[in-house]
Write a protein that binds this ligand. Structure first.
Ligand code: MG
Length: 238
C-alpha cells in the first residue's frame, strides 16, 4: 500500500487566476487591443455572472463565450470591429492551457514530498476541463511528479460526488484508508472527502474555520506548504 495524496489543482497547486490573467493579456494584445488590471477585474466579474446564468439555464455556453468577449472588447482601447468574440475566446482557452502558473512554492513542495516520504504517490483530482488542466500541469513541469491525473470531464463525475473518489480508488487499486484529499474548496474538496469517507486537509482555510471543520469532518488545516508538508509527513508515518 502507498500513501496516496489526492490534490485538488486550482488554488491548491496551480494558480488558475494568474493563468487567466496572463492568457487574457496575451490574447488581447495579439489582437491589437489594450489590457489592464481594470479590464481583467471587469472580465472576472462579468464572467462570474454569466456562469451563474448558465447554471440557471438562462444562457448557453456559446452565448457565455460570445458575451464575455463582446463585453471585454467594449472596454479595451483599439479597433475590435473585425474581431469574432468566439474565435478570440477559443484563442484565450488555448493560450491559458499552455500557460500554467504554479502557486508559490508548489513545485519544491511536491518534490519534497516525493523525495522524503517513502511510498508517496501524488494524484491530481480536479473538477474542470481536461485540456486546460493537463496543459497547464505540463507547462509548469508539475506533471513529472504526478502519478496520475483525474479530471471530472474525463470521468463523467464531479467532486463532491463520492463516485468521483470511488473511481479513483478503483483505478489506483488501493483502499480509501491509504488516501488523503488536499484542497482549498469546502464544497467540492472537503465535502467530497467527507462523502467518500476519506481523510482531508483544508488548504488555505478562511472564515469560521472551527465551524467548517466540524461541518465537513475535516481532519487538518494548512495555511502554507510548510505546514502541509508536516501534516502529510505525520499522517504518512501514523
Ligand atoms: Mg481548488
Amino acid at each position: 500500500m502507498h500513501h496516496n495524496f489526492l490534490f485538488d489543482l486550482d488554488q491548491t497547486l496551480l494558480d488558475f487566476h494568474a493563468s487567466e490573467y496572463k492568457a487574457l493579456g496575451i490574447v488581447l494584445n495579439e489582437n491589437g487591443l489594450s489590457f489592464s488590471d481594470e479590464i481583467y477585474r471587469a472580465f472576472i466579474a462579468y464572467n462570474k455572472s454569466l456562469w451563474l446564468e448558465l447554471e440557471k439555464g438562462t444562457i448557453s455556453r456559446t452565448e457565455l463565450f460570445t458575451r464575455r468577449f463582446r463585453d471585454v472588447f467594449s472596454r479595451c482601447e483599439g479597433d475590435s470591429s473585425g474581431l469574432d468574440p468566439l474565435k478570440v475566446n477559443d484563442a484565450f482557452i488555448r493560450t491559458m492551457s499552455v500557460n500554467g502558473v504554479l502557486m508559490d512554492g508548489a513545485l519544491a513542495f511536491v518534490r519534497r514530498l516525493k523525495d522524503n516520504i517513502p511510498d508517496a504517490r501524488i494524484y491530481i483530482a480536479s473538477n474542470g476541463a481536461t485540456v486546460n488542466a493537463k496543459g497547464r500541469l505540463a507547462s509548469t513541469g508539475l506533471d513529472r511528479y504526478t502519478d496520475g491525473v483525474f479530471i471530472s470531464e474525463e470521468m463523467g463525475v464531479t467532486k463532491p460526488d463520492a463516485a468521483f473518489f470511488e473511481r479513483i480508488l478503483e483505478q489506483i487499486g488501493e483502499p480509501g484508508s491509504s488516501c488523503i484529499m488536499i484542497g482549498d474548496s469546502l464544497t467540492s474538496d472537503m465535502l467530497g472527502a467527507k462523502n467518500a469517507s476519506l481523510d482531508s486537509v483544508w488548504f488555505m482555510p478562511s472564515g469560521n474555520i472551527g465551524e467548517a471543520m466540524a461541518a465537513y469532518d475535516i481532519n487538518y488545516c494548512a495555511s502554507s506548504f510548510e505546514e502541509l508538508y508536516e501534516i502529510l509527513r505525520e499522517w504518512s508515518a501514523g
